[in-house]
Design a binder for this molecule. Structure first.
Ligand code: GLU
Ligand code: ZN
Length: 295
């Protein structure tokens, strides 16, 4: 079986324990399946980028014993590919320009589901526009390796943006194009992206791309129940002391590492984790608090 997995952090802040969970789970799943594991930096949103952070990502992953295959890649180097796909969708009239402001959408659409106004009233060519994808009568179902069967009716969320009005490519477009171009067969990432998956599959189907297997791991929550993230000020990973965080990540992922591993070297710990990786042991839950994970 060919297996190509990836870790795809955005450089909006330093890597934290939540990032380590996604990195470690995708890495272990790839290695346990004799697969490749790629590192892709999702730097498509310069205004939200924190300077100096993306240069740190490779160093932090190395410090945690997570070595990727091939050269690391940057989304900012693939703008032409995204543009080609936008044109392809526009030519097929699957995508259309929209210049509605957020305020207009709030006023017109009480449920915030876009009403396709611009599909029927196309903006003038010189107007600055977002680009939306049509998803009328679109039912998407998939079976997530951890979260089980999911079905979505994309009518409920409406035609979504793949190019932003502030002239940036949207995550949803870039991730689908990249996963295809890089031949990704398995996506292992945080459950906060589970709801985005149906839209990604919709785009894959429109573009004739294969759909990878998906496994959405639970996200770690702080004692207040908020997802650990840059927004909730999760502390940056401590590269001088990787063992406790790696061990805690394995516990969180229901892999039951033996206590001796706390005194092992990083390489021993990673070797144990690859050898003993059981993705099926990860409990089907979207989030759980960090402090109450028991062994
Ligand atoms: N760049 C996204 C993030 O940091 C992850 C994308 C993905 O794994 O699909 O949240
Ligand atoms: Zn519009």
């Amino acid at each position: 079986m060919t297996y190509i997995g990836r870790f795809a952090p955005s450089p909006t802040g330093p890597l934290h324990f939540g990032s380590l969970l996604a990195a470690l789970a995708s890495f272990l799943d790839a290695r346990a399946n004799n697969g490749k594991w790629l590192l892709r930096i999702e730097d498509l949103d310069p205004p939200r980028e924190q300077s100096g952070v993306k240069e740190q990502f490779p160093l932090v992953l190395e410090a945690f014993g997570l070595c990727w295959d091939e050269e690391l890649s940057f989304q900012s180097e693939r703008l032409q590919n995204y543009d080609d796909v936008l044109n392809e969708l526009a030519n097929q009239r699957i995508a259309y320009r929209c210049n509605c402001s957020r305020k207009q959408i709030i006023e017109r659409c009480s449920n915030m589901v876009y009403d396709q106004h611009c599909l029927y009233h196309p903006p003038e060519p010189e107007q600055q526009c977002a680009i939306r994808v049509r998803c009328k009568d679109c039912l998407i179902s998939f079976r997530d390796i951890i979260q089980g069967a999911h079905a979505y009716n994309l009518n409920n969320s409406g035609d979504f943006v793949i190019y932003r009005r502030d002239n940036l490519y949207a995550y949803l477009l870039a991730v689908v194009v990249d996963d295809f171009l890089q031949g990704i067969t398995h996506v292992v990432r945080g459950s906060d992206l589970l709801d985005e998956t149906a839209r990604q599959i919709h785009l894959q189907q429109l573009l004739g791309y294969p759909t990878p297997a998906y496994a959405h791991i639970p996200v770690a929550a702080n004692p207040e129940g908020q997802k650990l993230s840059k927004q909730t000020f999760a502390p940056a990973l401590d590269t001088d002391n990787p063992i406790p965080a790696l061990f805690q990540a394995l516990v969180f992922l229901d892999q039951h590492p033996p206590n001796e591993l706390l005194y092992a070297s990083k390489d021993e710990l990673i070797a144990w984790a690859i050898e003993n990786w059981r993705i099926k042991d990860i409990k089907q839950t979207m989030a759980k608090p960090l402090n109450t994970t028991e062994q």
